[in-house]
Design a protein around this ligand. Structure first.
Ligand SMILES: CC(C)(COP(=O)(O)OP(=O)(O)OC[C@H]1O[C@@H](n2cnc3c(N)ncnc32)[C@H](O)[C@@H]1OP(=O)(O)O)[C@@H](O)C(=O)NCCC(=O)NCCS
Length: 161
């Protein structure tokens, strides 16, 4: 009985794996919910079949819960996007995805990882700084904010491998 109740109220652990072209629709939906400029299914599919792009996904039960995606160029990579479904946020899923992703990148010979993040995106900045990313430059007036102002993009870097 206790085991039954525990199963009923405990959220299942996330299953992490490499994303496939068939995940394009789920990734596009999640991306559109998370960012002001969405990606179409076709754009995402184009990325997923691009040999210079690698991506991992997280599923919780039958639900698509998150993804992370990078583009590789020589021994560098740029994280293009990471997002976790709102219902699954705050449970360490992005941290797990990022850890797996960095391991995959290192395995592919990547030595340096870059990304851009909105200066006001506290969860993302916390995620990346915890993972050892450091600010290397800043692009002022980069992301549009409601009301016409613009936020800076922080360029973060981490050396791996
Ligand atoms: C950023 C994002 C991917 C984090 O996903 P998540 O699964 O909730 O993150 P985690 O649970 O792994 O937590 C990562 C860190 O962020 C912190 N965090 C999570 N939600 C937070 C919030 N609302 N406010 C402040 N910090 C928060 C966590 O405490 C954790 O830090 P800690 O290890 O010091 O405790 C998620 O908020 C998201 O999808 N946002 C929209 C898309 C986005 O902005 N992507 C990043 C673009 S660069």
């Amino acid at each position: 009985m206790i085991a039954f109740l525990r199963r009923l109220f405990t959220k299942p652990a996330a299953a992490l794996s490499d994303a496939q072209p068939r995940d394009a629709g789920s990734i596009a939906t999640l991306h559109a919910a998370a960012f002001r400029r969405g990606w179409s299914d076709e754009e995402v599919e184009g990325l997923l079949i691009d040999r210079s792009v690698i991506a991992q996904r997280a599923c919780v039960g039958r639900s698509f819960a998150g993804f992370i995606m990078s583009r590789l160029a020589a021994d560098e990579a740029e994280i293009l996007s990471v997002a976790v479904a709102r219902a699954c946020q705050g449970r360490g899923l992005a941290r797990q995805l990022l850890t797996l992703h960095l391991r995959r990148l290192a395995g592919l010979g990547v030595h340096t990882v870059f990304l851009e993040v909105d200066e006001f995106n506290a969860p993302a900045i916390k995620l990346y700084s915890r993972a050892g990313f450091r600010e290397v430059s800043r692009r002022p007036n980069y992301y549009p904010l409601p009301g016409g102002k613009k936020a800076a993009a922080l360029v973060l870097r981490r050396d791996i491998g």
